[in-house]
Design a protein around this ligand. Structure first.
Ligand code: ADP
Ligand code: NI
Length: 216
């Protein structure tokens, strides 16, 4: 099997499925996750083929985008049509299931490759890009920009997290600000610090403009 050709086909497959997404999970997100995962791989090691395919396929069955999908149907049908060993297929599918944020039910992936793809996906959820994606998601779902009558919910179960309809600003407190301490690899921990500080600065400015910051 030619691994590069399989990676190229997976790229086209993900592009076809996600090209029209307007929730911040579009094909550009997939490419950023793959590039970030490759960067982490250079520092942390891990199997490049597994990391590439898991990155490229990680959102093709996302329940937020495809609520009616059978379990991992797109990723499975792609992998089944390729000449890939059962061991590698299972590793890739396992990573896709393990990386998603599910409140307190979030998992630490069992393989280095999974921990790298999870870090890459989470790095793309924070910082300047994370802020842009959060408001894009909120807009696409008809959520409010902010709602100060909401109290951020902590320690949500997977079910509570999936059914949660918080405003975009509340989402920072329910997920984005928690990610820095949930990074797996040392390389991602270092990258997360700067992005985290930028979000804190952004939130301060946001609240200052509303005159709601007590230390104004
Ligand atoms: P994962 O990609 O790990 O499954 P999420 O399901 O939390 O992660 O969603 C991915 C991104 O979608 C988040 O990082 C955020 O930008 C956006 N998002 C999810 N839920 C909300 C929400 N309630 N309000 C605004 N943005 C959200
Ligand atoms: Ni993603």
């Amino acid at each position: 099997m030619n691994q590069q050709e399989i990676i190229n086909r997976a790229t086209l497959f993900a592009k076809d499925i996600l090209k029209n997404d307007a929730t911040g999970h579009d094909f550009d997100h997939v490419i950023r996750v793959k590039e970030k995962a490759m960067y982490l791989q250079r520092h942390e090691g891990g199997d490049i083929f597994i990391i590439s395919l898991a990155s490229l396929l990680h959102d093709v069955d996302d329940h937020k985008l495809f609520p009616n999908h059978q379990h991992l149907e797109n990723a499975t049908s792609f992998l089944d049509a390729e000449d890939i060993s059962e061991t590698d297929k299972n590793k890739i599918l396992e990573i896709i299931q393990q990386i998603s944020f599910k409140g307190k039910d979030s998992q630490t992936p069992s393989t280095l490759e999974g921990r790298i793809v999870q870090d890459a996906d989470r790095l793309d959820a924070i910082g300047a890009i994370g802020i842009a994606r959060t408001f894009a998601f909120g807009g696409a779902k008809g959520r409010k920009l902010y709602d100060f009558t909401e109290r951020p919910k902590r320690d949500m179960t997977e079910g509570e997290y999936l059914n949660n309809n918080s405003s975009s600003l509340t989402h920072f407190y329910e997920k984005l600000l928690l990610l820095k301490d949930l990074m797996n690899t040392d390389t991602a921990k270092k990258m997360a610090g700067r992005r985290h500080r930028f979000m804190q600065l952004y939130l301060k400015e946001f609240l200052d403009e509303l005159n709601l910051n007590e230390d104004d």
